[in-house]
Design a protein around this ligand. Structure first.
Ligand SMILES: Cc1cc2nc3c(=O)[nH]c(=O)nc-3n(C[C@H](O)[C@H](O)[C@H](O)COP(=O)(O)O)c2cc1C
Length: 366
């Protein structure tokens, strides 16, 4: 079967993955309302194209926090990528590098951050961080990320506890014994095992992540490091304003792919109030539900500087390792270029907010 869309990769990936891994990758929290909203909200937005604007040459390059990128799409952090394919995080990061994209490594990776840095030296890499109850654990991760030349820290703020992921609870999700959480040693490396009869990840998060963290801990982290601090999981103008007040370099508007708080808004719905509040002061980025070129375009038009994909990259990896992710990124890049040309935008600077409207705009005029 020719793979010409993210949906094609998803179909193929689903055939290749074991149930434990597939359910973990695919599902969200609760009744999965937010998982669906992340996609449906894009379909409710209409594009208003302009024509006769010479689109024979495109330039979709951009600069994010001092990094020169070939286009405004990167790979969001997702845990345990070797569950998808033995190429795991290294395959994913190398594919991102070839595509000129950012790669964000999860704290819960199955490749250590040092091994990843060695294997993908030319990829722009950021490190995603959770704040552990034992601050020494977080501090050590920060020092290692700095030494390994990661360019930013992405602190995930939406996970004081793990979301209500029902499929993982039913499957008693755990990491197979041939894999480990490679940034850790000993018990913490084998940590995602189910002891209490439910999801092993729930148990891991409850034992190690600190649910008492506040903005004070963001300050603590900033004082610890010279790297830019980006907050991932912002969904309101209020928290975006606090991120600005606390001197963060950027934010990722994210609902964790619908895996944490169910019925939280789609990220594309939350984006406009956040851009209105802080868009001139902070780098605003977004993830969640991005499947095609149109989606990328809509997020940029509404003020995101770049977007990230979570599951689509995992579908690429599960389809054919690094080569699968490379192919997936090609498909998405081609599709984005089609949208740029058909909307009359030879560069990212030509994308205007007026080019995207909610579907109701058309009907309310009459
Ligand atoms: C299987 C899986 C594992 C994830 N693991 C992490 C993680 O370790 N840290 C984190 O901040 N976000 C994690 N996320 C959330 C992603 O970074 C991202 O916010 C989300 O996947 C974006 O939505 P999308 O999958 O619709 O693109 C994970 C997502 C998935 C699907």
């Amino acid at each position: 079967m020719a793979l010409v869309s993210v949906a094609d990769f998803e179909l193929k990936a689903k055939r290749n993955l074991e149930k434990n891994a597939l359910d973990y990758y695919k599902n969200g929290a609760g009744e999965q309302v937010t998982v669906s909203l992340n996609h449906e909200a894009y379909k409710r937005l209409r594009l208003r194209p302009r024509f006769l604007r010479d689109v024979s040459h495109l330039d979709v390059s951009c600069e994010i926090l001092g990094q020169q990128l070939q286009w405004p799409l990167g790979i969001a952090p997702s845990a345990m990528q070797k569950l998808a394919h033995p190429d795991g995080e290294i395959g994913m990061a190398r594919a991102a590098g070839k595509a000129g994209s950012i790669y964000i490594l999860s704290t819960l990776s199955t490749t250590s951050l040092e091994d990843l840095a060695k294997a993908a030296p030319d990829t722009c890499k950021w490190f995603q961080l959770y704040i552990y109850k034992d601050r020494h654990v977080t501090e050590q991760l920060v020092r290692r990320a700095e030494r390994a030349n990661f360019k930013a820290l992405v602190v995930t703020i939406d996970t004081p506890i793990n979301g209500d992921r029902r499929a993982d609870a039913k499957n008693k999700f755990c990491l197979p014994s041939h894999l480990s959480l490679a940034n850790f040693e000993g018990e913490m490396a084998q940590g995602v095992i189910s002891c209490g009869g439910g999801s092993g990840l729930n148990e891991y998060v409850a034992s190690h992540y600190d649910p008492s963290i506040t903005w004070k801990d963001i300050k603590w982290l900033q004082q610890l490091t010279h790297l830019p601090v980006i907050l991932k999981g912002i969904l309101t103008a209020e928290d975006a304003e606090l991120a600005r007040e606390f001197g963060c370099s950027g934010i990722i508007v994210s609902n964790h792919g619908g895996r944490q708080l169910d019925t939280a808004p789609a990220t594309i719905e939350a984006l406009p109030e956040i851009v209105a509040a802080v868009g001139n002061d902070l780098v605003v980025m977004l993830d969640g539900g991005i499947m095609q070129g149109n989606d990328i375009f809509k997020a940029l038009a509404l003020g995101a500087k770049t977007v990230f994909i979570g599951r689509p990259a995992l579908w690429g990896l599960a389809t054919n390792g690094q080569a699968g992710v490379e192919q997936l990124l090609h498909v998405m890049r081609d599709d984005f270029e089609i949208t740029m040309k058909l909307t009359g935008c030879p560069s990212l600077a030509d994308i205007q907010p007026t080019m995207v409207v909610h579907e109701s705009t058309y009907w309310n005029r009459h």
